[in-house]
Design a protein around this ligand. Structure first.
Ligand code: GLP
Length: 243
């Protein structure tokens, strides 16, 4: 595991973006595994800048996102499809058909999980996977559980996740109770993983994830087994870890 400690959120975003920029330049046909949330927003701004100023080319890039809320359409401003379209895709030269997210409106959500799982395989696997970290240690929407779920699945969101994510919704009752998420195996099969973590509130869970017991009760702890994990985190997020 490699840990890159940054002064603040902006530096974290720049450093993490530079890893993705190198990936796109080195392999213009890469499959990028992408994430949503506030931790990765700055990274996307850097990618957009790099596309505008340095002609970073996404024309052959394919993307596959970690997760999507059940019951929200892609035009709902709280859906992860909407987030990706507006915070990245529409600002770069990626082909819309090369961007993949689960369909939160699918009639049969279990069938949609199966379809998405095959889609990841059909893309040939993920070259580099971006991750944020939930306050309860979740990655994607793999919530604390008794087992690690391997493949894409439908998940009941934790009360704590519903609370944490309610900050983006008008009312807590508007937060969907279920989501489709890639499973732990989908994530762990990525050739390279970049985990972005920022802020004091994540300091203790980040310590558990990186140095605690490997257990499905702390889903992110499985990342300790990944052969190519880079953690890009700011001083606040790393404040519980002596480096
Ligand atoms: C959501 C997403 C996760 C994300 C997490 C952290 O629940 N499903 O993929 O990593 O939130 O979000 P933030 O970066 O906003 O703290």
């Amino acid at each position: 595991m490699k840990i890159i400690k940054t002064k603040n959120y902006d530096e974290m975003s720049e450093k993490a973006a530079s890893i993705f920029i190198s990936q796109v330049n080195a392999k213009p046909t890469s499959v990028l595994g992408l994430a949503t949330g506030s931790s990765v927003l700055g990274l996307y701004e850097n990618l957009i800048e790099s596309h505008k100023n340095d002609k970073l080319d996404f024309s052959q890039i394919k993307t596959v996102n970690l997760d999507e809320y059940a019951g929200l359409s892609g035009t709902n401003d709280q859906s992860y499809r909407y987030y990706m379209d507006n915070n990245l895709f529409k600002h770069i030269n990626i082909k819309p058909e090369n961007t993949h997210l689960p369909d939160g409106l699918a009639k049969d959500l279990h069938a949609e999980c199966k379809r998405y799982n095959s889609e990841i395989a059909n893309l040939g696997g993920i070259d580099i996977q971006l991750l944020g970290l939930g306050l309860n240690g979740h990655i994607g929407f793999n919530e604390p559980d008794d087992i690690f779920v391997k493949e894409t699945h439908l998940v009941d969101l934790d009360e704590s996740t519903i609370k944490a994510n309610s900050r983006f919704f008008a009312d807590e009752k508007d937060v969907p109770r279920q989501a489709i998420t890639m499973g732990i195996q989908n994530i762990m099969h990525a050739k390279k993983i970049v985990l972005c973590v920022s802020g004091k509130a994540k300091a203790s869970i980040l310590k558990e994830v990186l140095f605690g017991e490997i257990t499905p009760k702390v889903p992110g702890s499985i990342l300790q087994f990944h052969p190519d994990l880079t953690v890009v985190a700011d001083e606040d997020a790393l404040s519980a870890i002596a480096l």
